[in-house]
Design a protein around this ligand. Structure first.
Ligand SMILES: [Zn+2]
Ligand SMILES: [Zn+2]
Length: 250
């Protein structure tokens, strides 16, 4: 049995808002939604990067909500989703982590065709950042949605179909090996259970005893939280063991 956890839930209230009326969720609202979806261990995050939408003070406000005396913190953790740089370092850093009182840092790659990159350039970029982060960055705990941005090139019409067969085999091998050697976890997020190459990747995580984390990436209280239950169930069917299910510690 896997215990349902979800450490990738966005408290999207804590970002610079557009001009349009917005009612994005606070940490408390996301916690309630996660509990309603049956999640036992809950991790609340927001982005940490150089986007004008995500200045550091927004993360400080999120930390304030989390550490307010009345906030129920049992089995609830505070993290950030930090963008990775080419050398594998992250936008939060040790200092940011300490300042915010974080329990964990997710290292993610965000890229889209708008950056001017081809899908091949994106794949190479993601491989480089993830591998370097796994090898050299001791500030991060797991990799968010590995190769989860590829679908954007399909959506923009740049490629006909995004699938994991587009990723060179040695890239996938590097990531699996670096994850295993570092003890850091890989996130199951934006999964493609019907993609045979992705399914092989999952089986390698399982068989090579690599830590894994299940994330919904829910940005709103009324959407995506059920993904944690669905993905956990799917992994259970595939024979994943709780022993290697990543857990945050305080
Ligand atoms: Zn992300
Ligand atoms: Zn996210």
């Amino acid at each position: 049995m896997l215990i349902q956890s979800d450490y990738h839930i966005h408290a999207s209230f804590y970002r610079v808002k557009g001009t349009e009326a917005d009612s994005r969720p606070t940490a408390a609202e996301q916690l309630e939604a996660a509990r309603n979806a049956g999640t036992v261990y809950v991790g609340i995050v927001e982005h940490c990067n150089d986007s004008p939408k995500h200045p550091f003070y927004c993360l400080e406000e999120l930390a304030e909500e989390y550490y307010a005396p009345a906030f129920p913190r049992e089995n609830v953790f505070l993290g950030v989703e930090a963008d990775l740089k080419d050398d594998g370092s992250d936008f939060c850093g040790r200092e940011g982590r300490k300042k915010l009182g974080l329990h964990y840092v997710i290292g993610s790659v965000h890229n889209s065709p708008k950056s001017g990159n081809t899908v091949e350039e994106y794949i190479a970029l993601e491989h480089k950042r993830i591998t370097n982060a796994l090898k050299y960055n001791t500030n991060i705990n797991f990799i968010g949605h590995p190769f989860g941005e590829g679908h954007r090139w399909e959506r923009s019409g740049d490629i006909e179909k995004w699938h994991w067969g587009l990723i060179p085999e040695n890239y996938i091998e590097d990531i699996l090996r670096s994850a295993r050697e570092s003890g850091k976890a890989l996130e199951i997020n934006r999964p493609r259970f019907d993609d045979p190459v992705y399914l092989d990747f999952l089986k390698r995580i399982r068989d090579d005893k690599i830590f894994f984390e299940v994330g919904s990436d829910a940005h709103r209280a009324n959407e995506a939280h059920a993904a944690a239950a669905d993905r956990t169930k799917k992994l259970e069917e595939l024979g994943f063991q709780e022993e290697y299910h990543w857990r945050a510690v305080k």
